[in-house]
Each structure stands twice: as structure tokens, then as C-alpha cells.
Design a protein around this ligand. Structure first.
Ligand code: TNX
Length: 512
């Protein structure tokens, strides 16, 4: 049925009666926009007799359902019983690989009797719960929810993501972010159905993850950050906990150790990693491109091997990010040699190598991934080698770019990036049509030269991050800026409920 035909009864309803209910408004304000949404008449009321059902033996599915039940209990104040069988006044989850729902996708039906969710993976069930969260009143998502009944609009949604990589990067090296701050960032990603957190764990200014074999990387190399303030690092135990926290929210943590440039902090900690072997002070400025590990020393590769070994053991996913960007102090021949050897080391640990786009100048295996950020030719060269690609064009999705000349934080080397510019582009046009299958997805980096705490990160990430989530989830031919900006304006209440320090861009009519 065409959209117009489906909408007809409601157009009629609105023409003759009152404006749309808040429930209806929320169901047409989802971000990312679902693949297919049909708003229907009526409501499902969650009350003190509502129950929850999980029709699956799968333990991951049970975890999703239990956590959602706990969340419902917290926001309503009711005790929501779990039942074995579907019934009226129940929220029924079923996991069934045979229903034809795509991986990570879900089918959601809400009517007056029941809420029914079907998926072929636990991830799909989880994304359905994130949709349900966006459908309940904004104030239920605050620290002090009202604890009472609420209603969901009757509707039917068929949904699945366009890209399997829906990522964000946080630079915890230029300025350090605490575990609690990173967890909060993960919460935001999960709410918008993003599934990768890439952590930039080392740079010239600091090394932020404990390495048991190279302890001075953190006992010395993590002490400071940009501007000379106190830095910090994650112990392996804390990092493991973070990885688990993310996994519980279907977010994969991808660690990055930047090599062979952006390594001043490593060389300051261990002078033998540099060619001149000299002692170095920690660096607290924001220049790039001045440091390089020493290619001529075999011990450099023993170091890299140790680091990859410890990181691989901390990483459940298949990817390790090895940086590779802006190695302006590494001669070209050495750079190419570095990437080839690092790729081997990563493989030897059973992982796939990701690097910034410059790695396309080296020989890439088809398991490797190049992260495009500035030079489209690098993306094409990587694809020509059969490597896969992550799209992070700086002019669109670098969340550290200022919105305009008045922005309180951010850089502007890639130009000002307002909300519309960040949203209005076609990811499908970066590489040729025949190479689309090589595009893993989209990632929004947030570099931290100008931001010191989460509230400042929020100013840059909100409201652009939800737009990136939609670019990665929703097909380009379904999206329009005029529709998106309406929906985004209605997320202001949500931001307020969470206490997010978002930028009130004048491009958006904020509805709060
Ligand atoms: C470029 S993009 C960098 C980072 C900076 C960033 C600032 C890339 C791979 N490298 O070192 O932090 O610009 O926007």
C-alpha cells in the first residue's frame, strides 16, 4: 500500500478532530527513521497488570527481555511479571530465525491487546526495545521517572539497518574521559541503534590503556593531557568492564593504538622506541605529524607485537585499529613497510586490521579495513585492493568540527559543519556502485583537542550524532532533511530528560 493510502484514515482523523496525540507524535519522530512504519488507531496501555514474555531459549534474548523488564519496572514503579506464554496485556518477544526478519532487524506490532516483537537475532530484539523507549513519554527517561501508567500508539514497524557498522569514535588520548563518561556515551549510541565504539587510546599527548609488559606507557605516559592538565588511563580490568558494558548494549568496542606516528607519549615513556633514543618530555600541544616509531630497530616490532597481543586478549570482536594516519615523519617506504608488518602481526593474533585511509598506500589484505576521512582516492585505492571501508568524511561526520563561527568548542580545518551539512549527503556515492558491498558503514569521530569533559563532548555530538545514526541505519532514498529536522526538534525533550548539554542549533525548531 502506498504511504498516502495508509495515512488516509489519519489525515481524515486530523482533519475532523483534534491534533495528533503525543503518542502519535512520538511514533512519527523516531530516529533513526524505520524502514517501514504504519501508524494505526488506538493505544496499548502499560499498567500494573502488564506482563512480559520471552518466546525463546536463547540466553542473549532472555537477557534483552529481562533488562527491558527491569527498565519498565524502574520507569513505571510496577512489578512487571515474566510469563511463559503469550497473553493479553503482554509485551511478547520472540526470536525466530525462520521469519525472514534480517539480522539486527525487527518486526514490531502494537495494538490494544498486545505488543509483539519478532526478530531473528537478540540484537534485533534489542533494537526493538530502543524503538519502544523512543515511543514512551520523554520524562520516563529521566533520573526521576513519574512511575505511572503510560500508552504506546498502535502501530506496525518493519525495520532493519542499511549498514552493519554504525560507529562513533571517542578520542580519550588528547583529553582523558573517565569510564563513567564513556559509559554514558555508550548509552547515547545504543539509544540511537549505533553498534560500534572506536576508542582512540593513544596519541602524542598520552597513552590511555594499561600494558602489562610496558608499564611506563601509563605510569609515565598517561600523566598529562592537552594543556598540561592531569591525564589518566584505564586499567585492563576497567577496560574489560567497559567492553562488557558496551556488549550488553550491543555495542562493540574497537580499540585503537595509533602507529607509527602519533606516538610521542610512547617514545617519552620508552626512549628506545625512537631512532635517536633521546629522553623526551610529555607533549601537551595539539600539533600532529611530528612523531614516528623507529622502523630500523627490530625491537620496535617486538613492542608492537606485545601491544597487539595484550589488546587482542582484551577485545572480543574481530577488529583492532592501528591508526596509520598523518605519519608525516615516517618516510614513505618505511610507512609502507610498517603497515605490511603490522598487518601480519594483527593477523597472527586472529584479528582484522583497521587503519585510517592512509593505509591504502600499503598492500592491504582483503580482511583489512580502511577508514576514509579526507581523501576519496584513498577510499578508492582501498576498495580496488578488495579491502573494506568505513566512511568518516571529515566535512560531514567529524563531530569535532565547529557548527559555525560562534561554536564554543571544536576545530574548523574541514570547515564549519552545521546540522544540515552533516546530515545531507549520500554515503552510497563515495565508492562506485559495484563496490558498495565493500562499505561496512559509517563512523563519526569526536577528537578531543578542544573538549575536556563529557558536557563539552555532548555539545559537539548533539545534535549531530543522531543524524549520523540515521545515515548509517536508514536508506538514503527514505531520508529527507525537511522531515528529519522536524523529528530532531522533537528529541529536545529527550535531551532535557537526560540532561544532555546539546547545542540549540538555530536550524532546528526545538519542541520543548
Ligand atoms: C586529524 S583524522 C586527525 C587527528 C586530529 C583531527 C582533528 C585523523 C585520522 N587524524 O589526529 O585529532 O584531525 O580534527
Amino acid at each position: 500500500m502506498s504511504l498516502l493510502l495508509r495515512a488516509l484514515p489519519f489525515l481524515f482523523l486530523f482533519a475532523t478532530c483534534s491534533p495528533p496525540s503525543p503518542e502519535e507524535v512520538r511514533s512519527t519522530s523516531l530516529i533513526p527513521l524505520p524502514a517501514d512504519l504504519e501508524v494505526q488507531r488506538g493505544f496499548f496501555e502499560v499498567n500494573h497488570q502488564t506482563t512480559i514474555v520471552c518466546l525463546s531459549e536463547d540466553s542473549a534474548a532472555h537477557q534483552v527481555v529481562s533488562r527491558f523488564g527491569q527498565l519498565l519496572e524502574k520507569i513505571t514503579g510496577f512489578s512487571i511479571a515474566q510469563q511463559p506464554e503469550a497473553a493479553d496485556n503482554a509485551i511478547v518477544f520472540s526470536l525466530d530465525a525462520k521469519t525472514g526478519v534480517p539480522d539486527e532487524g525487527y518486526h514490531l506490532v502494537i495494538n490494544e491487546q498486545q505488543v509483539k516483537i519478532t526478530a531473528s537475532s537478540a540484537a534485533g530484539l534489542y533494537y526493538a526495545t530502543q524503538t519502544l523507549r523512543q515511543l514512551w513519554p520523554e520524562e520516563f527517561d529521566s533520573e526521576n521517572p513519574p512511575r505511572q501508567n503510560f500508552r504506546w500508539q498502535a502501530l506496525e514497524i518493519h525495520d532493519a539497518p542499511r549498514y552493519r557498522w554504525r560507529g562513533a569514535m571517542l578520542d580519550v588520548a588528547r583529553h582523558f574521559f573517565t569510564i563513567d563518561e564513556v559509559k554514558r556515551y555508550i548509552d547515547y549510541l545504543a539509544f540511537y541503534k549505533m553498534n560500534v565504539l572506536h576508542l582512540h587510546l593513544s596519541d602524542d599527548q598520552g597513552w590511555r590503556i594499561e600494558m602489562k609488559k610496558w608499564p611506563r606507557l601509563t605510569t609515565f605516559g598517561a600523566q598529562q593531557e592537552v594543556g598540561g592538565t592531569t591525564g589518566g588511563f584505564y586499567t585492563q580490568e576497567q577496560y574489560r568492564e567497559l567492553v562488557q558494558y558496551a556488549a550488553d548494549r550491543f555495542v562493540l568496542v574497537v580499540p585503537e593504538i595509533d602507529l607509527p606516528g602519533h606516538t610521542h607519549a610512547a617514545m617519552a615513556s620508552y626512549p628506545e622506541l625512537s631512532c635517536d633514543g633521546q629522553t623526551r618530555e610529555l607533549y601537551t600541544g595539539i600539533d600532529v605529524g611530528f612523531s614516528s616509531l623507529c622502523y630500523q630497530k627490530e625491537s620496535t616490532f617486538a613492542f608492537i607485537n606485545d601491544v597487539v597481543d595484550e589488546l587482542a586478549a582484551l577485545t572480543p570482536g574481530p577488529y583492532l585499529h592501528i591508526g596509520g594516519d598523518e605519519a608525516h615523519s615516517t618516510p614513505h617506504e618505511e610507512y609502507v613497510g610498517f603497515i605490511a608488518r603490522i598487518q601480519q602481526i594483527v593477523h597472527a593474533h586472529g584479528k582484522r586490521m583497521i587503519g585510517w585511509e592512509e593505509i591504502a598506500q600499503a598492500h592491504l589484505d582483503s580482511t583489512s579495513v580502511a577508514q576514509y576521512w579526507s581523501n576519496q582516492q584513498h577510499a578508492k585505492d582501498a576498495a580496488a585492493q578488495g579491502a573494506t571501508i568505513i566512511l568518516s568524511p571529515a566535512t560531514r561526520v567529524y563531530l569535532d568540527m565547529k557548527y559555525d563561527s560562534t561554536s564554543a568548542y571544536g576545530l574548523n580545518w574541514a570547515g564549519f559543519t552545521n546540522v544540515e551539512k552533516s546530515y545531507q549527503w549520500l554515503p552510497d556515492t563515495v565508492v562506485s556502485e559495484t563496490q558498495q558491498h565493500l562499505v561496512l558503514g559509517i563512523e563519526a569521530p569526536l577528537w578531543s583537542e578542544t573538549i575536556t569533559h563529557l558536557d563539552e563532548a555532548e555539545y559537539l555530538a548533539f545534535p549531530r550524532l543522531p543524524g549520523v545514526a540515521e545515515l548509517a541505519w536508514t536508506n538514503s532514498n527514505k531520508r529527507t532533511w525537511s522531515d528529519y529536522r522536524q523529528r530532531l526538534g522533537r528529541h529536545a525533550k529527550r535531551f532535557d530528560a537526560w540532561g544532555i548539554h546539546y547545542f540549540r542549533s538555530p536550524e532546528i525548531e526545538w519542541q520543548n
